[in-house]
Design a protein around this ligand. Structure first.
Ligand code: SF4
Length: 364
């Protein structure tokens, strides 16, 4: 969109807004799957531009939010072991586990460091050969290739004190679960798909949405005009009574995705069943380290005792992540649960729906 003048952007935004209002002749529920879209929608005030009958609901696309408590509890248990350095993206620090958080453990003296890439963790491992460095590998298809690259780099460099605690997840199986029996109670008329995930995967893994589930889907970029155009494309499909997978973000997303990233992933990881907060175990929705690389898998190599998992009383993150409710419908929202005192993961992550609703206002 960078070649468009401000006037042209305004003209197009007006056009899409008017067309959406003209075409949406019944109440429509569209899900933005990805947390980055949730935040972009709030920042651009897109809800306010849409007609009453077009409702946007958030989906399960915030990686920190869908990571279940037992993963947090395991990371916390590792952080309590002597000789361990935990390397993690900053978002994970404040996520409450069953009885503690990484932030609390850090305050108690655990060696927990914020990194911006798995490769930073590898550098820490190199600098501290006497320690075990565990990278908390959380994220979707977007971030998983960099974890795979770090494992391959560790192998090549002969680094034997670098490990990953993996909770990487795959978006398409979660959407299948939401749209079929597992998502009982969720009505979605169309999906805004995460452009950055599709940059890696390509379009093929998402074709089932239209072809098998009959749900219109549009891969969307992250600028306000991208999102408006994608909503327009969805509403146009719905009005025409068709279901297709379309690519609004064609300037970045190629149909075949990124073959190099896919190859690195396939080399290091295989599909496994995975637990999602609020959704449960979804078949083949996670990535497990392959046996050939098991020496880098913390769970495989390093023993740890983990406390029994408990969920925060009253937290309705699960329903938020399935698009069943919007955050303000949670009785704790803005009361017991705020950005300063988050009760659930959806209030912690910058991409969490509760955090976005809390920060940018109730919207609609
Ligand atoms: Fe959970 Fe807080 Fe969101 Fe309620 S507002 S669902 S307690 S994160």
């Amino acid at each position: 969109m960078k070649n468009l003048t401000a006037d042209r952007v305004r003209q197009l935004a007006d056009y899409y807004t008017a067309e959406i209002a003209r075409l949406a002749d019944r109440p429509l529920r569209l899900m933005e799957v990805c947390g980055t879209h949730t935040v972009a929608i709030f920042k651009a005030g897109i809800r306010q531009l849409l007609p009453e009958q077009v409702e946007l609901v958030s989906g399960p696309g915030c990686p920190v939010c869908v990571t279940p408590n037992d993963y947090l509890d395991t990371a916390i248990a590792y952080s309590r072991q002597s000789g361990v350095i935990i390397a993690t993206f900053g978002d994970m620090l404040r996520v409450p586990g069953s009885s503690s958080s990484l932030m609390q453990e850090k305050a108690r003296g655990a060696d927990i460091r914020i990194v911006y890439s798995p490769l930073d963790s590898l550098a820490i491992a190199r600098a501290h050969p006497d320690k075990r460095v565990i990278f908390l590998a959380v994220g979707f298809e977007t971030t998983a290739p960099t974890t795979a690259a770090a494992i391959l780099a560790a192998e090549q460099a002969g680094i034997d004190n670098f490990f990953v605690l993996t909770s990487h997840k795959l978006v398409p199986p979660a959407l299948r679960a939401l749209l079929t029996a597992g998502g009982a109670g969720v009505r979605v008329d169309g999906l805004l798909l995460p452009g950055h995930v599709c940059t890696v995967t390509g379009l093929a893994p998402f074709r089932f949405l239209a072809e098998e589930c009959g749900t219109p889907a549009v891969v969307a970029g992250f600028e306000a005009l991208d999102i408006l155009q994608a909503v327009y494309m969805l509403v146009k499909q719905i009005r025409a009574g068709v279901a297709r997978l379309e690519n609004q973000y064609a300037r970045v997303v190629r149909p075949e995705g990124n073959p190099a990233a896919q190859a690195a992933l396939a080399k290091v990881y295989g599909e496994v069943d995975a637990a999602w907060r609020g959704i449960g175990v979804i078949p083949a929705s996670g990535l497990g380290v392959r046996e050939e690389y098991a020496r880098f898998d913390a769970r495989y190599v390093l023993g740890v005792d983990v406390e029994p998992t408990r969920e925060a009383a009253g937290c309705r993150c699960g329903e938020v992540l399935r698009g069943v409710i919007k955050p303000p419908a949670c009785p704790l929202f803005g009361r017991a649960c705020t950005s300063d005192h988050p009760v659930g993961a959806c209030m912690v992550s910058v991409e969490g729906a509760c955090a976005a609703w809390y920060k940018y206002g109730a919207g609609r």
